[in-house]
Design a protein. Structure first.
Lengths: 362, 532
C-alpha cells in the first residue's frame, strides 16, 4: 500500500455529479420553490461532505440547513438532514429535538432509523433493536440490517453482528458499492475484535475493491499501524490528511510517525490534531471527543489526564452507552480512580449481559 | 450505527460511518434503468409465418441506446391454450375459484420460456432464450441494430436491444391529478407516508369544487408538469359536495389529452419469435402469456469473495426462491415487473412489495378493495358525464373517498366491474371471426400477464399493440358495457371517441389521453419508432 494514494478516484464521478447538480440549483430560477431549492442544496451539500470526508463540507451543509430553517422554510427533509449532521457530530439531544419537529416523523423510515441510532447512543440497545426489527418487518433493507448488526456489535455478540452484516451485503446492489465497502469495513473490525487479523484484511481488500474511499483508507491505515506495516499506514494516513484534513486523520498520522520513531513529525501532527479537535468542538462538542480523549490519554501528563477525564465524562453523560462508558473506565483507571472505574465497568458489563439476554428472549 | 467499541484497544472508538451517510440522498430521485415502463405483445404481421412480437421498454439510463451493464432484463413466456367462457359463478365464490385456478396454473411445472438480455461493458448485448420448444439459444448481438438469430430448426428470431422513442402516449399528470397523487404536484419528503402519495381526497375524472390542492390553476399552467409546489402546512382534505362547474355549466376534466411522453426515449428489448419456436403445439397453444422483469446485479457479485466466508448465497435471511436456485439470477435481485398497463400504477399503488410478476394471485383481495376505492372516485364522475357506470355507487352525486378493509363489503360494489365482458368497438380485433370470448377485467389483471391471443390482432386486452391507447381503455372498465351511449353499446374505445366529448358538458373537449403516439410506429421490426 505504499506509494501515491489517490483517494478521490473512487468518488470522483459522484462528486462531479453532485457539483453539477448543485450548480444547476444555483442557476435554476424557474420551477423551484425556495424550500425546494434549499432542500436540494442541503442534501447535495451533505452528499458532497459524505463523499469528501471534509469537515468544511459538513459545515457548509449544516449552515445551509440552519439558514433555510432560520428563514422559516419548513420541510421534513431539511430537519432530517440537519438531524443527521448532528447525529454524525454525536449530538444526540439536538438530533432528537430536530426529529421531534418532523411533521411525518412517526411514519418516516429515515426518521425512525435515526431514532434507533439515538437509542443506541443513549445506551438503550434493546429498544434500538426493537425499533430496527419493526423497520425490518415493514421493509427489509440493508440499512436496517446493518443497524441491527451495530446493536449486536455494541453488545459484543460478534457472530450475530457479522451474520447481520453479511445479510445486509446481500441486499446491496451494484449501484451501492460504497455501501458494500462500508459494511466490509465493519466486518473487518469484527474480525479483528475476534482475533482474526487475516480475516480482517480479507474484508478490507474486498472493501478496497468495492470502493476505495476515505473510510476504507482510514481503516486500512489503522490496521496497518496495528500490524506493523508502517510504510503502508503512513502512505494512507498522509493521503487522508491531504484529502480530508480531518483532525482524527492527523491524529492517525501522528501515531504512525510515533510508531516509526519520528518524534518530531509525530509531535507536529499531534498538535495539528489537537488544534483540529478543539476547533471542531466549538461547533460539535462531542464529534471528536473520543479521539480527543485518546490523544490526552496517550500523552499521559496530569494536565492531559485531567482534560481526558473532563471530556470522557462529558461524552458519557451525553451518550451513556457501552463504548463511551468503557472509555471513561480507561480514563478513570489512568487517573488512579480505580474504585470508580471498577464500579462503572461492572455496571456496564451487567447492563450488556442484561441487554443480550433481553434480545435472546425476543 | 454510530457507536462502536473494541475492548482490545482504545483506538477507533469513533465511528463517523453511518450507513445512511454512504447512501445517496440526491434531492431528485435519479431515473433508474431498472424502471420498467411497458410490456407490449402482439402477433407478427405476416400470416404466412406466425410470429409473436414481445417488447419490454424501460428508462433510457444512462441514455437512449446505451444500457446499464449492471442490469438484466427478462421476459417470462408461457404459451397455453385459450380458456373458454367464464366457468364459474359471477360472485365471490366464482372469483375465489378463478383465482385458485390461476394459482394452480402458475405454480404447476408447466413449460416456461425465459428470455434474458443484458449488455457487457462494451455494450455488446447478450441474449439467452431457454425453456422453449425450439431449443436453447445463447447469442451476442450489437445494440441499436436489428439482428437475426437462427434457431436449431432453422427459423429466424429477430432481435433489437437499444434505444427507441417511448411508445407510451399518455397524459400522466392528468392521471396523477385524477388520483390526487401528491408527488406529481408537491415537494413531499422522500419517504413520505402513504397518505401523502395518494391524498385522501376523492379520486375523480372531473375536478371537485374547491379542490384547490389539485384542480388546474391557469395562473401556473406548468404545475404538475415541470413545476411543483411546497407541501401545504395543513392536511390536504376536501369537504365539498359537488363537481366544479364553470360559468357555462361545464365540468372540467382532470385530463388534458396531451402526451406527457412526447419527445422522450426509452431503451428496450424487442423480439419477434416464431410461435413454433415457443411451443411444441402451436395449433393448440393460441395464447402466449408474457411478463417482463428487471434485475440489478448484486454488489457482492462485483468484488471477489472473502475466501473463508460462507457463500453469500447462503446468507441466513434469504428464502431459497427462484433467484437463489438459478445460477445467473442468484447474482441479481429483482427490482421491477410489468405486464398489464396500470396494474402497477393504478392497482398496485406502486408498492415495491407488490412487484411479484405474473403470479399475482395473492393480490386478488387487494384488487377488489382497490377497485372499489377507485370506483367510488371514478364512478360518480362518469355518471355525471351522462355515461353509464359499471360501479355501484348508489347514484352518488359526487365522487367519494372510501377505503375498504373488507373484501366482502367491497365486492358487491365491483361485481359488475370485474366480471363484465369488455366490449370491443368492432370485429377488427378478431380477423378470422373465431369463437373467442371477450375478456373480463378479472381475467386481464389476474394473472398480471400480457396475454397475447394469436388469433386476434393482439390489440388490448388480447395482447397490447403499440398503437393502443391503453390508459383510456383502462378507464373504460368503469363503464357499464351492457348499456348504450349515443345509440350504441359502450366499449373499450368509448372514452376515446371525440364526438362523445364534443357533446358532453365538460372542458377541455378532448379524450383524456392522446389518441396516437408522437412518432409514427414502423410497419416492420422493431416496430417502435427510432429515438429522438
Amino acid at each position: 500500500m505504499t506509494g501515491v494514494v489517490d483517494l478521490s478516484a473512487a468518488t470522483r464521478e459522484r462528486v462531479e455529479r453532485v457539483e453539477a447538480l448543485l450548480d444547476a440549483v444555483r442557476h435554476r430560477t424557474a420551477g423551484l420553490t425556495p424550500t425546494d431549492a434549499a432542500v436540494r442544496t442541503v442534501l447535495l451539500s451533505y452528499e458532497r461532505a459524505a463523499l469528501s470526508g471534509r469537515d468544511d463540507d459538513v459545515r457548509a451543509a449544516q449552515d445551509a440547513a440552519e439558514a433555510a430553517l432560520g428563514r422559516g422554510l419548513v420541510s421534513d427533509d431539511l430537519l432530517t438532514a440537519l438531524a443527521r449532521i448532528h447525529l454524525d457530530g454525536h449530538d444526540v439531544r439536538t438530533a432528537a429535538e430536530l426529529l421531534d419537529r418532523c411533521r411525518f416523523g412517526a411514519t418516516s423510515t429515515s426518521v425512525r432509523e435515526m431514532r434507533a441510532t439515538i437509542l443506541l447512543q443513549r445506551g438503550e440497545a434493546v429498544a434500538a433493536a426493537e425499533l430496527l426489527r419493526t423497520l425490518l418487518t415493514d421493509e427489509r433493507s440493508w440499512q436496517h440490517l446493518a443497524g441491527l448488526a451495530a446493536v449486536y456489535e455494541e453488545l459484543g455478540d460478534l457472530r450475530t453482528a457479522d451474520e447481520l452484516y453479511r445479510s445486509a451485503e446481500y441486499d446491496l446492489d451494484a449501484k451501492q458499492l460504497p455501501a458494500l465497502a462500508w459494511v466490509e469495513v465493519r466486518r473487518a473490525r469484527l474480525s479483528r475484535r475476534a482475533g482474526d487479523p487475516v480475516g480482517a484484511w480479507a474484508h478490507l481488500r474486498r472493501a478496497r475493491d468495492a470502493s476505495f474511499d476515505w473510510r476504507v483508507a482510514a481503516e486500512c491505515a489503522r490496521c496497518g499501524l496495528e500490524d506493523g506495516d508502517l510504510a503502508g499506514a503512513a502512505a494512507l494516513a498522509e493521503a487522508l490528511v491531504a484529502h480530508t484534513g480531518r483532525p482524527d486523520h492527523e491524529h492517525l498520522l501522528a501515531d504512525v510517525r510515533a510508531a516509526a520513531g519520528d518524534r518530531e513529525s509525530a509531535a507536529r501532527h499531534r498538535d495539528a490534531a489537537l488544534r483540529g479537535y478543539r476547533a471542531a468542538a466549538r461547533r460539535w462538542p462531542w464529534r471528536y471527543a473520543h479521539h480527543h480523549v485518546e490523544l490526552h490519554l496517550t500523552a499521559g501528563t496530569p494536565a492531559d489526564l485531567a482534560e481526558a477525564l473532563r471530556l470522557a465524562e462529558g461524552d458519557y453523560h451525553a451518550r451513556p452507552h457501552g463504548a463511551t462508558g468503557r472509555l471513561l473506565v480507561a480514563v478513570l483507571g489512568a487517573c488512579g480512580q480505580r474504585e470508580r472505574a471498577d464500579r462503572l465497568a461492572a455496571g456496564l458489563e451487567e447492563e450488556r449481559r442484561r441487554a443480550l439476554a433481553a434480545l435472546d428472549r425476543r | 450505527m454510530q457507536c462502536e467499541w473494541r475492548p482490545a484497544t482504545l483506538r477507533d472508538m469513533a465511528d463517523h460511518n453511518d450507513p445512511n451517510s454512504v447512501n445517496s440522498i440526491f434531492a431528485d430521485i435519479d431515473p433508474s434503468p431498472a424502471d420498467l415502463y411497458d410490456m407490449f405483445g402482439f402477433p407478427g404481421p405476416d400470416p404466412a409465418h406466425e410470429t409473436v412480437v414481445v417488447a419490454s421498454t424501460f428508462a433510457s439510463v444512462p441514455q437512449a441506446g446505451e444500457l446499464d451493464p449492471d442490469l438484466l432484463y427478462r421476459m417470462v413466456v408461457r404459451p397455453r391454450r385459450r380458456a373458454g367462457s367464464w366457468p364459474h359463478g359471477f360472485d365471490l365464490d366464482g372469483m375465489i375459484r378463478y383465482v385458485d385456478g390461476v394459482r394452480r396454473r402458475l405454480t404447476s411445472p408447466q413449460q416456461t420460456g425465459d428470455i434474458r438480455a443484458w449488455v457487457d461493458n462494451q455494450q455488446t448485448a447478450h441474449l439467452t432464450l431457454t425453456g422453449f420448444a425450439g431449443g436453447d439459444l445463447s447469442e451476442t448481438v450489437r445494440t441499436n441494430t436489428v439482428s437475426s438469430l437462427r434457431t436449431p430448426d432453422g427459423e429466424t428470431i429477430r432481435v433489437y436491444v437499444g434505444g427507441r422513442d417511448d411508445a407510451f402516449f399518455n397524459d400522466l399528470p392528468g392521471f396523477f391529478r385524477s388520483i390526487n397523487y401528491a408527488p406529481q404536484y408537491y415537494h413531499v419528503p422522500h419517504d413520505s407516508p402513504a397518505e401523502l402519495r395518494e391524498v385522501p381526497i376523492p379520486k375523480t375524472l372531473l375536478e371537485l369544487e374547491g379542490n384547490t390542492y389539485f384542480n388546474y390553476d391557469p395562473a401556473q399552467p406548468e404545475w404538475g408538469h415541470s413545476e411543483k409546489r411546497d407541501l401545504p402546512s395543513e392536511p390536504m382534505t376536501w369537504t365539498g359536495d359537488r363537481f366544479a362547474k364553470d360559468a357555462d355549466g361545464n365540468y372540467r376534466l382532470v385530463y388534458s389529452g396531451k402526451d406527457a411522453q412526447a419527445g422522450k426515449n426509452v431503451n428496450c428489448v424487442v423480439l419477434e419469435i416464431p410461435l413454433g419456436y415457443l411451443t411444441h403445439d402451436p395449433d393448440q397453444d393460441r395464447v402466449v402469456d408474457v411478463w417482463a422483469e428487471s434485475w440489478v446485479r448484486r454488489a457482492v457479485g462485483k468484488v471477489p469473495l472473502v475466501p473463508d466466508d460462507p457463500l453469500w448465497t447462503e446468507q441466513p435471511l434469504a428464502a431459497l426462491g427462484e433467484a437463489e436456485r438459478d445460477p445467473q439470477l442468484r447474482h441479481y435481485k429483482r427490482v421491477d415487473t410489468t405486464a398489464q398497463p396500470f396494474a402497477d400504477a393504478a392497482l398496485n399503488e406502486r408498492e415495491d412489495s407488490r412487484q411479484v410478476g405474473g403470479a399475482n394471485f395473492m393480490l386478488a383481495p387487494h384488487f377488489i378493495k382497490r377497485l372499489a376505492h377507485l370506483g367510488w372516485g371514478f364512478g360518480p364522475s362518469i355518471t355525471a358525464l351522462g355515461l353509464p357506470s359499471s360501479f355501484d355507487h348508489d347514484n352518488a352525486p359526487v365522487s367519494v373517498h372510501k377505503v375498504y378493509r373488507s373484501v366482502s363489503s367491497a365486492f358487491p360494489r365491483v361485481r359488475k366491474l370485474i366480471f363484465q365482458e369488455l366490449r370491443m368497438p368492432d370485429d377488427s380485433w378478431n380477423p378470422h371471426k373465431l369463437d373467442i370470448p371477450l375478456r373480463r377485467p378479472v381475467e386481464i389483471f389476474i394473472p398480471n400477464v400480457c396475454a397475447i391471443d394469436m388469433d386476434t390482432t393482439g390489440t388490448w386486452p388480447f395482447g397490447r399493440r403499440l398503437e393502443d391507447q391503453v390508459a383510456t381503455r383502462f378507464l373504460s372498465i368503469f363503464l357499464d358495457m351492457e348499456a348504450r351511449v349515443a345509440g350504441g353499446p359502450c366499449h373499450i374505445e368509448t372514452l376515446n371517441d371525440q364526438s362523445l366529448w364534443d357533446s358532453a358538458p365538460v372542458v377541455p373537449k378532448t379524450p383524456p389521453n392522446p389518441l396516437r403516439n408522437d412518432k409514427e410506429f414502423l410497419t416492420d421490426f422493431p416496430y417502435l419508432a427510432p429515438p429522438w
